[in-house]
Design a protein around this ligand. Structure first.
Ligand code: AMP
Length: 216
């Protein structure tokens, strides 16, 4: 297999500097496929397991496509607070040289602190319940949203977040890019994709089954 470097993916200097600082040299298979594809602006449905580097696969395109304006430009939904926190941290590390920060919004933590942090954040990462809470209280506004990411979408649906997800969609502008990552593609994910995504490109990285741990 030919070795691919991040420098082959035509990324901006701020992102390349962040990758260098993080010690990421070679994109994992999901990164090598999803990053250029997401850059075209298309919706993506990616079948990929945890530990494959999928967090950077969706964070990098968001950092590249968002300008340094104000407001929440992207929303990333995760099934649990334990999953949301590392996504927010990875986004902050990758966005460091573009001065882009995330806010993590999940239940069991102070609403006020999250509201204060939202003022400085370009993206929000959260669990469906708390995100919906903020949307209903208008403490989170998605008027400027350019992209929506669903991480571990099958987990979100199997944890009973289907109703929250559908309610969140009412607050999301129609004109946006949607990136959906899921380890499995059951019927309810297909239905979601059909209803809320625009002719998504399907990428399956399951066959190769290469985890980031295998990348030196
Ligand atoms: P994820 O699947 O996004 O949770 O990533 C799994 C682990 O792989 C995390 O600890 C990442 O920091 C790490 N990782 C992701 N992409 C790369 C890469 N291209 N090179 C080295 N490590 C990576």
């Amino acid at each position: 297999m030919t070795e691919i470097f991040f420098s082959d993916l035509t990324l901006s200097d701020p992102v390349m500097s962040a990758l260098e600082e993080m010690g990421y040299e070679h994109p994992t298979p999901v990164q090598a496929s999803a990053i250029p594809m997401a850059a075209t602006g298309r919706d993506l449905l990616v079948q990929s397991q945890t530990g494959t580097g999928k967090t950077a696969a969706f964070c990098i395109p968001l950092i590249e496509s968002l300008d340094s304006g104000k407001g929440i430009g992207a929303l990333m939904l995760c099934p649990t607070r334990e999953l949301a926190k590392p996504v927010a941290d990875e986004f902050d590390r990758l966005g460091k040289f573009k001065n882009m920060r995330s806010v993590a919004i999940y239940g069991g933590a102070s609403m006020d602190k999250q509201i204060a942090e939202m003022r400085f954040a370009r993206v929000a990462v959260g669990t469906p319940g708390r995100v919906l809470d903020h949307l209903r209280r208008k403490t989170l506004r998605l008027d400027d949203l350019k992209a929506l990411v669903l991480d571990e979408a099958d987990e979100m649906l199997s944890r009973g977040f289907a109703e929250e997800l559908h309610n969140i969609m009412r607050f999301v502008p129609d004109e946006r890019q949607t990136l959906l990552f899921s380890a499995t593609i059951p019927e309810d994910i297909k239905r979601y994709a059909k209803r809320y995504m625009k002719e998504p490109e399907f990428l399956s990285l399951i066959e190769q089954n290469v985890a980031a741990d295998d990348v030196t």
